[in-house]
Write a protein that binds this ligand. Structure first.
Ligand code: 0L1
Ligand code: MG
Length: 267
């Protein structure tokens, strides 16, 4: 797919997104500024964003998929998943504190994450290919944020914003793929001790492994291959939950332990 905006226009948008992400400021929707801003433009901006991050020494460690559950698709009124990339410095330690200082509207969602083996084939075409290439499956919480006011956006704009990436927490008890039934892991989310979300891992495309098949094929269509050793967030299993400074969130994964994060207004 070729982007309908020129490189100069796309670079200017990537710079604005980058600055908004770094400062916690809101951004006008690219689609409101440019009538022909489409999904191809969104991914072209994401690519330029990735280059800007790399140039500043941010280390790419993997990918994220968004909108992979019916609940999230309904919440965001879209019908296709989105992809983005994640960096080492987005990680918050399990049980650690996530600063809300530079986040505008943080939300949390429980996710199943995959850690791939170092040596993997260039294309993971089937679920069996993905499972054979997986070192561990691990519980995660993704902390998403949107640089668009009130989380009101369309698909091309959210893609340009790297699918609302902000932070992630990996924790609990990682398992080998043959130790879990990836369709039926029960997940409960507690916010300040109160249950605020419940899901089964199968809410993600029937089985979160399918996210990685889709991601691998999507990368191949773009002439890219998934890097060995990648960490992949497969998408929120239930609706994202808004959080603010002072909140404590625990995502409890059946047979795989808890992932915990606290939010504070300061670093
Ligand atoms: O990880 C996600 O599901 C985010 C996708 C983008 C939409 C959103 O901000 O919820
Ligand atoms: Mg997510």
């Amino acid at each position: 797919m070729t982007a309908s905006l020129n490189t100069e226009q796309l670079s200017a948008i990537a710079r604005l997104v980058d600055e908004a992400q770094a400062s916690g400021q809101s951004l006008p929707l690219p689609t409101a500024q440019h009538k022909n801003f489409d999904i191809a433009c969104g991914y072209a901006v994401q690519d330029l964003l990735r280059e800007r991050w790399r140039a500043r020494g941010r280390r790419l460690v993997g990918y994220k998929a968004g909108l992979t559950s019916r609940a999230k698709m309904a919440q965001m009124k879209v019908d296709v998943p989105t992809f983005g990339f994640i960096t080492a410095d987005m990680a918050v330690p399990d049980g650690g504190i996530c600063s809300t200082k530079l986040l505008s509207r943080p939300r949390v969602e429980p996710e199943i994450a995959f850690l791939l083996k170092p040596d993997i084939p260039p294309l993971l075409q089937t679920e069996a290919d993905v499972l054979a290439a997986t070192a561990f499956i691990t519980p995660a919480i993704e902390i998403i944020d949107s640089r668009y006011s009130d989380y009101k956006f369309d698909l091309p704009s959210v893609v340009a914003d790297n699918s609302s990436s902000a932070h992630y927490v990996i924790g609990g008890c990682p398992r080998r793929p043959d130790q879990v039934d990836l369709r039926t892991i029960g997940i409960v989310v507690l916010q300040n001790g109160e249950i605020v979300g419940e899901a089964a891992s199968g809410a993600v495309l029937g089985n979160p492994v399918r996210t990685i098949v889709m991601l691998s094929n999507w990368l191949a269509d773009r002439g890219e291959a998934m890097a060995g050793g990648s960490l992949i967030l497969t998408g929120g299993a239930c609706e994202a939950r808004q959080v603010s400074a002072g909140d404590s969130v625990c995502a409890r994964f059946q047979g795989m332990g808890d992932v915990i994060v606290r939010f504070a207004g300061e670093d």
